[in-house]
Design a protein around this ligand. Sequence first.
Ligand SMILES: [Zn+2]
Ligand SMILES: [Zn+2]
Length: 306
Amino acid sequence: MLLGKMGLIAAMVSLLAACAGGAAGGAPEAPPSGKPAGDGTLRWFGGPTVLLERGGVRLMTDPMLGPRGPHAFVLPKHPSTGAPNADITRYVDPPEVPLGRLDAVILSHGHADHFDARAKELLPKDTLLIVAPASEANVRKAGFTNVRALDWGQSTVLEAGGSRVRVTAVPAHHSHDSALDTELGKGNGYVLAWEGDSPYVVYWTGDAMLSEELRQLPAQLGAVDLFLPHLGGVGGDGPLGLRTMDADEALQLMSLLRPRRTIPIHHTTFSHYREPVRALEQQAEKAGLGNGLQLPRDGEAIDLAR
Ligand SMILES: [Zn+2]
Ligand SMILES: [Zn+2]
């Protein structure tokens, strides 16, 4: 059963890698550095939220748009202390960047730190939401009408601004402990592959630990232009251990993926994040992997062409 599922994932991912390389006729895949200058930008809104614009397509990940303050959202059980109904602090306001038209909002999973009340208010209810199957009922209950659910290995295509982007859900295990992983629910990572003559591949982990499936992803994906790992080492100081990667795991994945650029997110903004992002910066430097690492600042437009 497991092998069957992983085989399906491998097939889907290699299909999208082939598409991203262009050329059904088998032209060699252009190296990332040889691509024409793109028009992409990424803005970090804090936590797991980025606005990604490329080739006329505008996407947002896990929108957390509420203001700073001690009651940003409530976690049913604090990942470090186990305290029930724990209020989580947001340390900084999200940047004042207009959301404008969004072609899709992509949700990794349904936890409270990934889609907040303000975002549910602000987003038009017909915004396309791409979600894990376990989240579908909840987002529909919140009034959203245009929802596509993707299980691991499944994909959908977005067409906007003259671009085609294939969005594929990939595994994201929330804990190394299988009982806790099941308790936390099944979520997604995603591969976003811009197709056509300016291909571009983004891998966004969601809340994922470094699992066997993720160790296999690099071989299936080929060149990754942009890697967006969720850090924060959430739960690392608690009795049940890590629920998101720390610098050590992220670095292992970076060394397997060798992405052209890495922009770590899901750190710094909220009080349940435990590990400062500079841990990754320091370890990547030591390991000789610091070159493509770029720490985002709230709201700064990072030019993805450089
Ligand atoms: Zn989560
Ligand atoms: Zn999270």
